[in-house]
Structure formats: structure tokens, C-alpha cells
Design a protein around this ligand. Structure first.
Ligand code: ADP
Ligand code: MG
Length: 407
């Protein structure tokens, strides 16, 4: 199967060739014809499987081949994403895949001045990528109008719900035409996602690539049991053994991220942190520095790192286990992207044992442990046995803790 077999127009085939993609990925093979046919789509596949192109390519095709150009302040396609970084990344893809087409697109998220975004909207947009909060702000300022809306995309639907965006989404749904094409993408197909979908998509084509296999096979996972106080020392030792690798490392709080960066810098490593307290400009710069290799260590909290597409990352370190067990899957999904091999190492102290158990239950495996010489625990970490009971699905709810981090 090639991109030409999918009946995409020539300017899109050319753009894909320029990106050096050989063939479409499985999710792209399934979704592209479905979207081109005008149907609603509900699609789930693991992170790193190429979901962005799976909807961006056919949308660009549809917008350039039919319909009317957007008049001032109107949008033809709205792509909603849960975080600023993700919105920016999707927008980059839209621009990249659409470079041989004459379509207008823009991106809007919080943490940036709203005025320039309002001015850009006066031109009318074929595609607007936005976070839900900023979109509603723009709407309230009369900068965005939806009468011409043809396509709605919800990317990372599962994460939207985890971040408590369900109210914003309901509000947006009331504003947009009910006659439209709706596309929903998610990494996990939970019952919460299904219930959100029921109010959103009509008679959808449901596509699900390997959803039961939660973690990617190409990622080798390890647990390093360690005393809480010795995590930094262990991390520095690990870095010394892998001096040339770029490392994405997760901490459970913003404070711990900043603190770790300080310690690493003292030890002579170049590290930057991204989290919700950093300004947008700062976050973008740090990410660029990490992507280009200027700094080799990126310390992140879960929200800041969600959905980031960083090519060829060989190693993810969970300095702390995540608050939400689902985030473990999202975190380690930053490595082993698009078929490459990756390593995910989790530092687990005794107080994190129950979190480890939940993660193992969720991913249906017991993760191998390695005790690093010099870091033996006085009382060894409790043994885990595989708990085969599935988790009960929860009702979608607002996550208060993360509310202050929203756009
Ligand atoms: P997801 O949204 O499923 O996590 P992304 O859309 O971010 O995945 O894509 C992950 C990576 O795979 C990106 O670097 C993207 O450029 C690359 N990619 C997408 N489609 C293809 C393809 N057909 N062939 C090779 N690489 C691809
Ligand atoms: Mg994605």
C-alpha cells in the first residue's frame, strides 16, 4: 500500500515524499479513505503510529478539492488539542503537509497574546488548530465564527478528558453546526472516550489498531529500585554510562523538575525543564534546544510532555512514577516511535510501590527489576505479582489538580 493508492492528490503525495515517508502506517491506511469518503471517524492507536497525518492529509485534500473559501473570521476546520505544545506540533504538520496547497491555517493557544491571533482570524481560515480554552476566548471576542465549519477534529481525546476539558468541549459543541464531519483520535479507547464520542460522532467508522496491546513492543522497560533520597545520584550515574544519548526524564512535580535541573547543571550536564509554570516562549525554546541537541536532557512534568513528537529518542526515565497510571504509557511512548527501539527506565522507591503495582496491572506485565550496585535498598522493594483484574472504567470527571494548568 502506497500513499498514491490512498487517492490523495498530487500536492499531498509530494509533501509526504519530501518528509521521506515510504508507506502509510496502518492507522493511515484505515482512516484516510474513511475521511475522504466524508464519514465520521473514531480512531484509536498507540502514540507514535502517525495519527496526525492520518487526519491532516485527507482534511487538506477535502478542503482543497471542494467547498467555499472561508470568509473573514470563519473557520472551515477546527482541530482541538489538549495542550499548547501539541497544538503547535499539529500546526507544524498542517503547514508541512499543506506546503504545496493554497490553504490558510493558523494556531491559537493560551500563554500567548490573543490580539495577534484575533487579527490573523480576520482573514478567515481553512484550518484552525486550538486548545479549547483559547478557542472559547476567541469566540467570546467575536474573532471566530463557526457557520462555515465543515470538519471538527478532537485529537488526544483521552487526554482531553483526563485534563478535565469535558465542559469546554460541550460548550464548543453547542456553538458549532451539527451538520459537519467529526473525527476523533485517541491513544486509548476507554469507556470515558466512548461516552464522549457518543455525543460527538454520527454513525462513525470505528478504527482501532492493536488497542489491547497497551505498551509498544519495541520499548524495553526496566524498574530500578532506589532509595528516594538517592534518585539524583542514580540518575547521574546512568547519564555517565550513556554520555551521548538524549534523555527525556519525568518528575511528578514542577518543583522536582526545577530541582533536578539545578543538580544536573551542578554536575556538569546540560539540562532544561518544561512545565506549566514556564512561559510559553521558554517552553518552546527548551523544546527546540532539546530537539536540536543543544541540550541533551529534558526534564518534564506529564502535562508539558504530552503528545510531544521528538524523533529518535532512545531513552525515557521516570524519575518519579506518574500520578495517573495511564500517563506511564504516554510517557514511555515518547521513545520507540515509528518502529524504532527505545528504553524506558523507572526509578521506584518504596513509597511508590502501589503506583508500580497499578501500572503493572494496567500494562498487564511485571516489569523486570535491576538493582544497581551501590544503590541497594536496606529493605528490598516489595515483590509484585501480576494482577490480572482489569480496572473498572470511571465516569468522565474534572481533574481538579490539573485545572490550573489548562489553557
Ligand atoms: P501519534 O499522533 O500517533 O502519536 P504522530 O502523528 O505524532 O503520532 O507521528 C509520530 C511520528 O511518525 C512523527 O515523527 C511522524 O513524522 C512520523 N510518521 C507519521 N507517518 C509516517 C509514515 N507513514 N512513515 C514514516 N513516519 C511517519
Ligand atoms: Mg498525536
Amino acid at each position: 500500500m502506497t500513499f498514491s493508492d490512498l487517492k490523495l492528490s498530487e500536492p499531498l503525495i509530494k509533501a509526504v515524499k519530501a518528509r521521506k515517508y515510504d508507506d502509510p502506517s496502518p492507522i493511515q491506511i484505515e482512516t484516510i479513505p474513511a475521511i475522504l469518503s466524508g464519514r465520521d471517524v473514531l480512531a484509536a492507536s498507540q502514540t507514535g503510529t502517525g495519527k496526525t497525518a492520518a487526519y491532516t492529509l485527507p482534511i487538506l485534500d477535502l478542503l482543497s478539492s471542494k467547498g467555499n473559501r472561508a470568509i473573514s473570521n470563519h473557520v472551515r476546520t477546527l482541530i482541538l488539542a489538549p495542550t499548547r505544545e501539541l497544538a503547535a506540533q499539529i500546526y507544524d504538520s498542517v503547514v508541512n503537509y499543506g506546503r504545496f496547497l493554497d490553504l490558510k491555517s493558523t494556531v491559537a493557544y493560551g500563554g500567548m497574546k490573543i490580539n495577534p491571533q484575533m487579527i490573523r482570524m480576520t482573514k478567515g481560515m481553512d484550518i484552525l488548530v486550538a486548545t479549547p480554552g483559547r478557542l472559547l476566548d476567541l469566540y467570546r471576542q467575536n474573532a471566530v465564527k463557526f457557520e462555515q465549519l465543515e470538519i471538527l477534529v478532537l485529537d488526544e481525546a483521552d487526554r482531553m478528558l483526563n485534563l478535565g476539558f469535558s465542559e469546554e468541549i460541550s460548550e464548543i459543541l453547542k456553538l458549532i453546526p451539527s451538520k459537519r464531519q467529526t473525527l476523533m483520535f485517541t491513544a486509548t479507547f476507554s469507556d470515558e472516550v466512548k461516552s464522549l464520542a457518543s455525543g460527538l460522532v454520527k454513525n462513525p467508522i470505528e478504527i482501532s489498531i492493536n488497542p489491547q496491546e497497551i505498551t509498544v513492543d519495541s520499548i524495553s522497560q526496566w524498574v530500578y529500585p532506589v532509595d528516594k533520597m538517592k534518585k539524583t545520584a542514580l540518575f547521574i550515574q546512568l547519564l555517565k554510562r550513556k554520555p551521548n544519548d538524549r534523555v527525556l526524564v519525568f518528575t511528578k512535580t514542577k518543583n522536582r523538575a526545577d530541582h533536578l535541573v539545578q543538580k544536573l547543571e551542578k554536575a556538569g550536564f546540560s539540562a532544561v525543564a518544561i512545565h506549566g509554570d514556564k512561559s510559553q516562549g521558554n517552553r518552546t525554546r527548551s523544546l527546540e534546544e532539546f530537539k536540536s541537541g543543544i541540550v541533551s536532557i529534558l526534564v518534564a512534568t506529564d502535562l508539558a510532555a504530552r503528545g510531544l513528537d521528538i524523533d529518535g529518542l532512545p531513552l525515557v526515565v521516570n524519575f518519579d512514577l506518574p500520578h495517573l497510571k495511564e500517563d506511564y504509557i504516554h510517557r514511555i511512548g515518547r521513545t520507540g516511535r515509528a518502529g524504532a527501539v527505545g528504553q524506558a527506565i523507572s526509578f521506584v522507591s518504596d513509597d511508590e510501590f502501589l503506583k508500580l503495582k497499578d501500572i503493572e496491572r494496567l500494562t498487564k506485565q511485571v516489569i523486570d527489576r535491576i538493582v544497581i550496585p551501590g544503590f541497594e535498598l536496606e529493605t528490598p522493594l516489595r515483590e509484585s505479582k501480576l494482577d490480572v483484574r482489569p480496572f473498572k472504567p470511571k465516569k468522565p470527571k474534572k481533574n481538579k489538580k490539573e485545572n490550573n494548568l489548562k489553557d
